[in-house]
Design a protein around this ligand. Structure first.
Ligand code: GLY
Length: 339
């Protein structure tokens, strides 16, 4: 199994691309590890968990809350987890968030790693160390930045992934292409969801390319003072829509990217909005949508990307070149109400 190690400010992450779930045993001892997963994954892959201590959580974003964290901590105590225990999150973004967050606070911090089981978790959620929980409509309001010790990629886990989850993952892949990788944008334009689902080689290459793109951005700016902010492209408006309208994360981000392109057109003379919209559609994602502007502004005012009276909005100069533009809240209110 090939290992690639990536260094961050206080930790490093071993990545095993092209691995298989059963190789997890070669990374951590079963005796000293506890897997955290959700009921859907456990039911689909029950035999894979044989021999592992496993905590099974209810599936769904509505469970990414403090009550679940409390219950996991209680179960860790019952399983005699100690400072030498490694937690392994096997799942999508909710599981990686809860696992990374609990690992950061249990006994003031224990080791953790992830086996992402969704495309979104493979290219985004499992990478970067930001792990936390939602508080009411406020997404990821409470959390930490702490890097996982390892990431194991088993692309065969995607075989059972529903179509909506594929689109969810592609929203982040398209985001990466828009802000940093014009060549990848071309590849996405030349393909579509169904073509890539059928092309295992291209899929594996895309997953590794996106994981590495995100790792590099995080390595350059782990604590989000500069370049890492670009990863929020589509997320400012997206997060404000996601819990209010019960959208999938990818759908919300896709609508967010559409309007961020429109705002880029207004403020930066960006000329490729139609190309962005077309690619989003090719991957089954929504673009223009109607929403309650006042409600959205209320949530935006609480956004973590707000600094005093400005919101750091991520816009595009051109495809492959994202920039951070501080927009005063009052200006943003006007821009949003005229969308
Ligand atoms: N866990 C996702 C991130 O750090 O961006």
């Amino acid at each position: 199994m090939k290992k690639q190690t990536f260094k961050f400010s206080t930790a490093s992450t071993d990545c095993y691309f092209d691995a298989a779930f059963k190789q997890l045993k070669e990374i951590v001892s079963q005796q000293h590890a506890i897997i955290i997963t959700d009921q859907n994954i456990f039911d689909k892959h029950t035999s894979k968990f044989k021999g592992w201590n496993t905590i099974v959580l209810n599936a769904g974003e509505e469970f990414k809350v403090q009550a679940t964290v409390d219950s996991v901590i209680q179960q860790l105590i019952e399983l005699n987890a100690d400072r030498k225990t490694t937690l392994i999150g096997v799942g999508g973004g909710v599981i990686t968030d809860i696992t990374g967050y609990v690992a950061a606070i249990y006994m003031r911090g224990i080791s953790f790693g992830f086996v992402p089981t969704t495309l979104l978790a493979m290219v985004d959620a499992s990478i970067g160390g930001k792990n936390g929980i939602d508080v009411g409509v406020y997404k990821n309001m409470v959390g930490i930045i702490r890097q996982p010790n390892f990431l194991l990629y088993d692309v065969s886990l995607l075989k059972t992934l529903p179509d909506a989850e594929w689109s969810n993952g592609f929203a982040e892949i398209i985001k990466h292409a828009c802000i940093k990788d014009a060549a990848m944008f071309k590849i996405l334009e030349q393909n579509n969801l169904q073509k890539i689902q059928r092309n295992k080689k291209l899929l594996s290459q895309l997953i590794e390319r996106n994981a590495k793109l995100k790792i590099k951005v995080v390595q350059n700016d782990e604590f989000e003072k500069g370049e890492r902010r670009l990863l929020n492209y589509g997320h400012t408006l997206g997060h404000a829509l996601e819990n209010q309208y019960e959208l999938f994360h990818g759908q919300a981000v896709s609508i967010g990217m559409t309007y961020a392109s429109v705002i880029s057109q207004q403020l930066l003379k960006f000329k490729q909005t139609d190309a962005v919209v077309k690619v989003l559609e090719q991957y089954g994602l929504p673009t223009y949508a109607s929403f309650d502007k006042n409600k959205v502004m209320t949530v935006l005012k609480m956004d973590k990307k707000r600094e005093r009276k400005d919101i750091n909005y991520i816009l595009l100069e051109k495809i492959g070149k994202g920039i951070v533009l501080p927009i005063p809240l009052t200006d943003l209110e006007n821009i949003i109400s005229n969308l």
